[in-house]
Design a protein around this ligand. Structure first.
Ligand code: F0G
Length: 353
C-alpha cells in the first residue's frame, strides 16, 4: 500500500471518522533498536532505543502532527500556527505544505537548531522569530488563536496527543508486552503525556498486562517540573527542551505518579556524554534533547534505581542531523587535512598523530 502511515495503522484507536481525510507522510513504524553496548554496561536485561528521528521530518512530532492536520482539514481550516523550539515547526511546515495550509510558526529568535530552521524555510512556512523564549512564543500563539481563524497545532491540541500515543502502541506491538520502564525527555510535556495515555489504552484493551514506569528527564537549566516552579529564563544546550513552563505540566506529573516513575534532572554535561555514547557505542546519532533520556537512564543506578533484569525503552525523539552545530562543537574530532595522494595519506597515518 502506498502512503501507509500511522492513521492507517492505528485507525481503530484514533479519533478518525469517515469524514477525516487520509493524511500521511509515511510517519510512524519507527525502528526499535536493541542496545549493543550501553545496556550491558548498565546491567539491564534488554535496552531498546526507539528511533523517532526516522520519522519523515526527523522527529516524533510527525506522529502528532499527522492527526492534528487531518482534523484541521476535516474542520475546513485553511491556516495552522504553532510555537516551537524547532521540531514542531518543521513538522507543521511539512504537513502544512503537503496539504496546502498556510503555516505560521513562532520560534525563539536565535535559539533553534540550524537544521530545524532550514526545514521550516524549505517547506515554505512563514517564520516569526520572537524576541523571547518558547514559553513567550506559546503564550502569544494561544492569544492569537483566540482572535484569528487559525488552527493551533501545539500539543495543547488534543489531536497531537492522540497521534503521539501511537509510539506506545508500537513498542507494545513489537515487544509483545510493555517494558518495565520508559525513559523520555520532557520539555513541554506533551510526549510523556501521550505515551502514558497510549500504554494505558493498550492495557485496558488487553494488549499488555502491565504499564511501564514513566521516567522523564528535564535539562538542569530548564527543569520546572522538578523544581516545582516555572523557570523564567530556561537555559540548556538541548534547545529542543529549553522550556520553562510546560503546557502539560499536571499531566506529566500524573504520568509520573500513576506509573510510580520519576521526573528528574540531567545536566548539559550528562546530556552531551550520553549523546556521544549513543553515537560512538551504538551508532545512533540523535539530537541532544533526545539523549536526555539516556543520560537519565545512566544516572538511575546512582539514584538508587535497580536496573538489573529490567526491560527498558529510551525514546530518542529527534535526529542528530537537526543540530549540526552541537556535533561540530562537542564531538571534538578535528579534521586532518591532507593532499589526495597515497604518500601524503600514508605519511599522515604513520606520523603517530
Ligand atoms: N525531544 C525533542 C527532540 C523535542 O523537539 C521536544 C519538544 C522534546 C523532546 C520534548 O517533548 O515537549 O512533548 O515534552 N519539542 C517541542 C518543539 C517543544 O517545539 O519542537 P515534549
Amino acid at each position: 500500500m502506498t502512503n501507509f502511515g500511522l492513521i492507517d495503522r492505528y485507525r481503530e484507536f484514533l479519533p478518525v471518522t469517515a469524514a477525516t481525510p487520509s493524511v500521511s507522510l509515511g510517519e510512524g513504524s519507527t525502528p526499535l533498536v536493541r542496545s549493543q553496548n550501553i545496556g550491558d554496561s548498565l546491567g539491564c536485561k534488554d535496552l531498546y532505543f526507539k528511533l523517532e528521528g526516522c520519522n519523515p521530518t526527523g522527529s516524533f512530532k510527525d506522529r502528532g502532527m499527522v492527526m492534528a492536520i487531518a482534523k484541521a482539514l476535516e474542520a475546513g481550516k485553511k491556516r495552522i500556527i504553532c510555537a516551537s523550539t524547532g521540531n514542531t515547526s518543521a513538522a507543521a511546515a511539512a504537513y502544512g505544505a503537503r496539504y496546502q495550509l498556510e503555516t505560521l510558526v513562532l520560534v525563539p529568535a536565535g535559539e533553534i537548531a540550524l537544521g530545524k530552521l532550514a526545514q521550516a524555510m524549505a517547506y515554505g512556512a512563514r517564520i516569526l522569530a520572537v524576541n523571547g523564549s518558547f514559553d513567550d512564543a506559546l503564550t502569544a500563539v494561544r492569544s492569537i488563536v483566540e482572535i484569528m481563524d487559525i488552527e493551533l497545532v501545539n500539543s495543547v491540541n488534543p489531536y497531537r496527543i492522540e497521534g503521539q500515543k501511537t509510539g506506545a502502541f508500537e513498542i507494545v506491538d513489537e515487544l509483545g508486552e510493555a517494558p518495565d520502564m520508559l525513559c523520555i525527555p520532557v520539555g513541554n510535556a506533551g510526549n510523556i503525556t501521550a505515551y502514558w495515555k497510549g500504554f494505558n489504552e493498550y492495557q485496558s484493551l488487553g494488549r499488555s498486562e502491565t504499564t511501564p514506569k514513566m521516567m522523564g528527564f528535564q535539562a538542569a537549566g530548564a527543569a520546572p517540573i522538578v523544581l516545582g516552579k516555572p523557570v523564567l529564563k530556561p537555559e540548556t544546550i538541548a534547545t529542543a527542551i529549553r522550556i520553562g513552563n510546560p503546557a502539560s505540566w499536571e499531566k506529566a506529573e500524573a504520568a509520573r505518579d500513576e506509573s510510580e516513575g520519576m521526573i528528574d534532572i540531567v545536566d548539559d554535561n550528562e546530556i552531551i556524554d550520553a549523546y556521544l555514547r549513543l553515537a560512538r557505542e551504538e551508532g545512533i546519532f540523535c539530537e541532544p534533547a533526545s539523549s536526555a533520556s539516556v543520560a537519565g537512564l545512566i544516572k538511575l543506578p546512582e539514584l538508587g534505581v535497580d536496573l538489573t533484569g529490567k526491560t527498558i525503552v529510551c525514546i530518542l525523539t529527534g535526529n542528530g542531523l537537526k543540530d549540526p552545530g552541537t556535533a561540530e562543537k562537542r564531538a571534538l574530532i578535528e579534521l586532518e587535512y591532507v593532499e589526495p595522494d597515497i604518500d601524503s595519506v600514508m605519511n599522515l597515518l604513520n606520523s603517530g598523530k
